[in-house]
Design a binder for this molecule. Structure first.
Ligand SMILES: [Fe+2]
Ligand SMILES: [Fe+2]
Length: 163
Protein backbone atom coordinates (compact mmCIF):
# COMPACT_ATOMS: atom_id res chain seq x y z
CA UNK A 1 0.00 0.00 0.00
CA UNK A 2 2.98 2.28 -0.57
CA UNK A 3 1.55 4.97 -2.84
CA UNK A 4 -2.15 4.31 -2.65
CA UNK A 5 -2.90 8.00 -2.18
CA UNK A 6 -1.78 8.53 -5.76
CA UNK A 7 -4.09 5.95 -7.26
CA UNK A 8 -7.56 6.41 -8.63
CA UNK A 9 -8.74 4.09 -5.87
CA UNK A 10 -7.98 6.73 -3.33
CA UNK A 11 -9.96 9.39 -5.13
CA UNK A 12 -13.10 10.19 -3.25
CA UNK A 13 -16.47 9.32 -4.69
CA UNK A 14 -18.16 11.27 -1.89
CA UNK A 15 -18.74 14.26 -4.13
CA UNK A 16 -22.19 15.55 -4.74
CA UNK A 17 -23.98 13.94 -7.65
CA UNK A 18 -27.38 14.91 -8.98
CA UNK A 19 -28.21 11.88 -11.08
CA UNK A 20 -27.65 8.12 -11.24
CA UNK A 21 -26.12 8.71 -14.68
CA UNK A 22 -23.65 11.17 -13.21
CA UNK A 23 -22.65 9.05 -10.20
CA UNK A 24 -22.45 5.72 -11.98
CA UNK A 25 -20.64 7.11 -15.03
CA UNK A 26 -18.08 8.54 -12.64
CA UNK A 27 -17.70 5.10 -11.06
CA UNK A 28 -17.23 3.49 -14.49
CA UNK A 29 -14.45 5.99 -15.22
CA UNK A 30 -12.86 5.34 -11.83
CA UNK A 31 -12.78 1.59 -12.56
CA UNK A 32 -11.32 2.27 -16.03
CA UNK A 33 -8.55 4.34 -14.43
CA UNK A 34 -7.84 1.64 -11.85
CA UNK A 35 -7.42 -0.89 -14.64
CA UNK A 36 -5.13 1.45 -16.59
CA UNK A 37 -2.92 1.92 -13.51
CA UNK A 38 -2.72 -1.84 -12.93
CA UNK A 39 -2.01 -2.49 -16.59
CA UNK A 40 0.80 0.09 -16.64
CA UNK A 41 2.45 -1.63 -13.66
CA UNK A 42 1.99 -5.05 -15.30
CA UNK A 43 3.55 -3.86 -18.56
CA UNK A 44 6.51 -2.49 -16.59
CA UNK A 45 6.89 -5.97 -15.10
CA UNK A 46 6.41 -4.60 -11.59
CA UNK A 47 4.81 -7.67 -10.01
CA UNK A 48 4.28 -6.19 -6.57
CA UNK A 49 2.67 -3.00 -7.79
CA UNK A 50 0.62 -4.75 -10.48
CA UNK A 51 -0.66 -7.23 -7.91
CA UNK A 52 -1.72 -4.47 -5.55
CA UNK A 53 -3.37 -2.33 -8.24
CA UNK A 54 -5.11 -5.19 -10.02
CA UNK A 55 -6.54 -6.39 -6.71
CA UNK A 56 -7.87 -2.88 -6.12
CA UNK A 57 -9.38 -2.87 -9.62
CA UNK A 58 -11.06 -6.26 -9.10
CA UNK A 59 -12.49 -5.25 -5.71
CA UNK A 60 -13.87 -2.01 -7.13
CA UNK A 61 -15.44 -3.79 -10.10
CA UNK A 62 -17.11 -6.30 -7.79
CA UNK A 63 -18.34 -3.41 -5.65
CA UNK A 64 -19.78 -1.67 -8.71
CA UNK A 65 -21.62 -4.77 -9.95
CA UNK A 66 -22.91 -5.50 -6.46
CA UNK A 67 -24.20 -2.01 -5.84
CA UNK A 68 -26.11 -2.10 -9.11
CA UNK A 69 -27.65 -5.45 -8.30
CA UNK A 70 -28.37 -4.76 -4.64
CA UNK A 71 -29.40 -1.10 -4.68
CA UNK A 72 -29.91 0.56 -8.06
CA UNK A 73 -31.59 -2.15 -10.15
CA UNK A 74 -33.99 -3.38 -7.42
CA UNK A 75 -35.22 0.18 -6.85
CA UNK A 76 -35.92 0.52 -10.58
CA UNK A 77 -37.59 -2.90 -10.80
CA UNK A 78 -39.73 -2.16 -7.77
CA UNK A 79 -40.86 1.20 -9.14
CA UNK A 80 -41.55 0.10 -12.71
CA UNK A 81 -42.21 -3.65 -12.52
CA UNK A 82 -39.63 -4.00 -15.31
CA UNK A 83 -37.46 -6.91 -14.15
CA UNK A 84 -36.90 -8.22 -17.66
CA UNK A 85 -35.52 -6.17 -20.52
CA UNK A 86 -32.47 -4.03 -19.90
CA UNK A 87 -32.02 -5.00 -16.23
CA UNK A 88 -32.06 -8.71 -17.04
CA UNK A 89 -29.54 -8.22 -19.86
CA UNK A 90 -27.25 -6.16 -17.59
CA UNK A 91 -27.32 -8.85 -14.88
CA UNK A 92 -26.43 -11.55 -17.42
CA UNK A 93 -23.49 -9.43 -18.54
CA UNK A 94 -22.44 -8.93 -14.90
CA UNK A 95 -22.24 -12.72 -14.49
CA UNK A 96 -20.03 -12.87 -17.55
CA UNK A 97 -17.81 -10.11 -16.14
CA UNK A 98 -17.59 -11.85 -12.76
CA UNK A 99 -16.33 -15.00 -14.50
CA UNK A 100 -13.63 -12.97 -16.23
CA UNK A 101 -12.73 -11.21 -12.96
CA UNK A 102 -12.37 -14.61 -11.27
CA UNK A 103 -9.94 -15.67 -14.02
CA UNK A 104 -8.05 -12.40 -13.62
CA UNK A 105 -7.81 -12.89 -9.87
CA UNK A 106 -6.34 -16.36 -10.34
CA UNK A 107 -3.73 -14.95 -12.73
CA UNK A 108 -2.94 -12.10 -10.31
CA UNK A 109 -2.50 -14.58 -7.46
CA UNK A 110 -0.18 -16.64 -9.68
CA UNK A 111 1.84 -13.46 -10.53
CA UNK A 112 1.23 -14.31 -14.20
CA UNK A 113 1.20 -10.77 -15.58
CA UNK A 114 0.92 -11.77 -19.25
CA UNK A 115 -2.27 -13.64 -18.50
CA UNK A 116 -3.53 -10.78 -16.33
CA UNK A 117 -3.22 -8.26 -19.15
CA UNK A 118 -4.46 -10.80 -21.72
CA UNK A 119 -7.66 -11.45 -19.74
CA UNK A 120 -7.73 -7.74 -18.98
CA UNK A 121 -8.21 -7.00 -22.69
CA UNK A 122 -11.32 -9.17 -22.70
CA UNK A 123 -12.50 -7.47 -19.53
CA UNK A 124 -12.06 -4.02 -21.06
CA UNK A 125 -14.11 -4.93 -24.13
CA UNK A 126 -16.91 -6.34 -21.97
CA UNK A 127 -16.85 -3.23 -19.77
CA UNK A 128 -16.94 -0.82 -22.71
CA UNK A 129 -19.91 -2.52 -24.35
CA UNK A 130 -21.76 -2.90 -21.07
CA UNK A 131 -21.10 0.59 -19.74
CA UNK A 132 -22.20 2.16 -23.01
CA UNK A 133 -25.61 0.49 -22.66
CA UNK A 134 -26.01 1.53 -19.04
CA UNK A 135 -24.95 5.12 -19.67
CA UNK A 136 -26.93 5.41 -22.89
CA UNK A 137 -30.13 3.60 -21.90
CA UNK A 138 -30.56 2.19 -18.41
CA UNK A 139 -29.24 4.96 -16.15
CA UNK A 140 -31.26 7.66 -17.97
CA UNK A 141 -34.34 5.43 -17.62
CA UNK A 142 -33.71 5.08 -13.90
CA UNK A 143 -33.24 8.83 -13.51
CA UNK A 144 -36.48 9.56 -15.32
CA UNK A 145 -38.54 6.91 -13.48
CA UNK A 146 -37.24 7.58 -9.97
CA UNK A 147 -36.72 11.35 -9.66
CA UNK A 148 -37.60 11.29 -5.94
CA UNK A 149 -35.23 8.46 -5.06
CA UNK A 150 -32.06 9.65 -6.76
CA UNK A 151 -30.49 11.33 -3.75
CA UNK A 152 -31.24 8.43 -1.43
CA UNK A 153 -29.96 5.83 -3.91
CA UNK A 154 -26.70 7.70 -4.45
CA UNK A 155 -26.23 7.99 -0.69
CA UNK A 156 -26.80 4.25 -0.28
CA UNK A 157 -24.41 3.51 -3.14
CA UNK A 158 -21.72 5.74 -1.62
CA UNK A 159 -22.03 3.89 1.68
CA UNK A 160 -20.99 0.63 0.00
CA UNK A 161 -17.25 0.21 0.28
CA UNK A 162 -15.07 -2.45 -1.25
CA UNK A 163 -14.71 -5.70 0.69
FE1 LIG B 1 -23.59 -2.96 -14.79
FE1 LIG C 1 -22.36 0.02 -14.28
Amino acid sequence: MSDESNTAAAKSDDNHYTSILDYMTHDHQRCDELYAEGEAAALEGNVEKATELMNVFILNMVRHLDLEEKIIFPAFTEATGMSGGPVQVMIMEHDQMRDVLTQMKAAVDASDLDTVTGIGETMLILMQQHNMKEEGILYPMIDSHLPDRIEDLIRQAQSIKTA
